[in-house]
Every structure is written in C-alpha cells, then in structure tokens.
Design a protein around this ligand. Structure first.
Ligand SMILES: [Zn+2]
Ligand SMILES: [Zn+2]
Length: 302
C-alpha cells in the first residue's frame, strides 16, 4: 500500500508544488483524493495511470481541490475509457461536475461518470476496505476521508488439522468466515481463527481548521495527511483563514494517536519546508512536510 503526493501547495500552484491531490494504491487498486488543476500531468510524471482510477474523492468545492477533474475526464473520454467512474464529494458535487462536463463543446462519448454526494459516514465499501467521511471546519460542505483496511483474523492451521479438517476448500471456507460441517461435526470460524487485527488506516483532511471530528476520524491511524497552510509563527495573522498551522496539525496528530503525520497544502509564502517540519516536530516528532511526488509506504499489520 503506497501513498503518492501529487500536489502539496495551498490555493496557488508554485514552481515546486502542484495543487491538492493524493493518490493511494491499495494492493493494485488505485484511488485519488482531491484533483487540483494539473493532476493528470502530475500522475503521468509520477508513473501513475489515471485511466485505472474507479473512485475519486473530493473534499470540498474550492477550485484548487477539484478543477483538475475537467481535463482528466476529457482525457479519459478521449482515450475511450468505457468503464464507469465514480466521483464522491460533499453536497454540490453533482451540480459542479455536471457544469465541468458541459463546458465548451465537450461531450462524453465513452465515459460514464456517477456522482455520489456525501456529508459523513460510509462513502464506499471495497472488497477489503472502506472509505468513510467526517465533516471538517472549512466551508459549509467540507469533508475529510478515512481509508480503513478491513480487520484480519489469522488462520490457526495446527488447530484446524487437530480438528481433523483436510487442507483445501474447507480451510478457505473457514478463512472466509463460513461455518462448515465435516464428518458430522460443526466447525465454526471462531474455532480456528485468531483475534481480529485491525487493518491499516489513512486519513486525508482536505482543508480545515483544527477540529474534533478529524481527531475522532483519525484515531490510531497509520498516516494522517493534514493540511497545514501556515507556519505557527503566523498564527495571529491567519487565525480567520479557516486553515491550520503546523503546530495545530501536529496537536491533532498527537491527540488522535496517529503513527505519522504528513503536512500538505503549504502556502506559497514558505520557501523553507524544513523550518515548518521542525515546528510540527516540537509537538509531534513523527511529522513530515509532504513534497510533490513523495511516496510513502504503509506497512502491513499482519
Ligand atoms: Zn485548498
Ligand atoms: Zn479550501
């Protein structure tokens, strides 16, 4: 499982940083969180294929988080993509994307796009993971997303053999959580499976002031990707900006008990990311400033 930062600048692109987009590859299944202007080119640069995306999650409808969809959807259609794409986002997403899809003389010939509006709770259920959302404190309709891998129970093979079950299909059935009948005996999964081990968890906040809902959503996460538009030195002058500072993001990470914090959505005014990183590390030592094309592997729990 690998995270790739595709755009780490706040509001305006800079020479070194594109606009908000985070790619997550879960066992070969890619998904995208936010799609700022230029994201399709950033993906090409990172060696990622936007044609493989089936789900895109938008945090809010400020242009620096979704405007890249216009070009990307046109490219998908031009390349004759005919598998459906779902765009998840807060209320207003459907109307906004419909406008994007009817700009200029553009018409979809191949691509089918569904829009799924969501305010909080379950957003998408994959085979081995879920994506959930929580409201953030930025605009009326802004949300953060949490990717959670399903929990796993280790199969106790010696125990299964002890019970006389032959290796093969019945093993698989038990591993899949099914009760089996074997030589007149009923064997339940609980008899051969260990305690559940929680799966990996990654949270992406989009833009937000520090807020309790992000702490709740990211409790115990492997990775928290939190916006950090400003230096803590500029706390006073930026307090009405509906964003977070380095230290505020680090405080959220500490309260949520996450393993690692990556700061993104950096204002163009800061040219020394190490200084911002040092500020966050005073509060939460395992903090990093994200850079465009930075890749982060999230290790398995089992
Ligand atoms: Zn933004
Ligand atoms: Zn915003």
């Amino acid at each position: 499982m690998e995270i790739t930062f595709l755009g780490t600048s706040g509001t305006l692109p800079t020479e070194r940083r594109g606009l908000s987009a985070v790619h997550l590859d879960y066992l070969g299944e890619p998904m995208l969180f936010d799609c700022g202007e230029g994201t399709q080119r950033q993906m090409r640069h990172a060696g990622l294929n936007f044609m493989s995306l089936d789900n895109i999650y938008i945090t809010h409808l400020h242009a620096d988080h979704f405007l890249g969809l216009g070009g990307m959807l046109q490219s998908m259609d031009f390349l004759e993509r005919n598998t459906p794409l779902t765009i998840h986002g807060p209320p207003g997403t459907k109307e906004t994307i419909e406008k994007l899809l009817t700009l200029g003389t553009f018409e979809l010939d191949h691509l089918t796009v569904s829009m799924h509006e969501v305010s909080e709770g379950l957003v998408f259920e994959g085979k081995r993971y879920t994506v959930t959302a929580a409201k953030t404190s930025h605009t009326k309709n802004s949300i953060a997303y949490c990717f959670t891998e399903n929990s796993h129970r280790k199969f106790n093979k010696p125990r299964a053999l002890e019970l006389g079950i032959p290796e093969g299909r019945l093993f698989s059935n038990l591993q899949d959580g099914q009760t089996i009948e074997f030589k007149g005996k009923t064997i339940t999964p609980d008899m051969v499976l260990g305690d559940p081990i929680s799966g990996r968890k990654v949270v992406y906040t989009g833009d937000t002031r520090p807020c309790q809902s992000v702490i709740d959503l990211s409790c115990g996460a492997d990775v928290l990707i939190h916006e950090s538009m400003f230096s803590s030195e500029d706390l006073e002058s930026t307090k009405d900006a509906a964003h977070s500072t380095t230290k505020q993001a680090a405080e959220i990470a500490a309260k949520a008990g996450v393993k690692a914090l990556y700061l993104t959505h950096i204002s163009q005014r800061y040219t020394d990311p190490k200084k911002l990183e040092a500020e966050a590390r005073e509060v939460f030592p395992n903090s990093f400033i994200a850079e465009d094309f930075m890749k982060v592997k999230v290790q398995k729990h089992w």
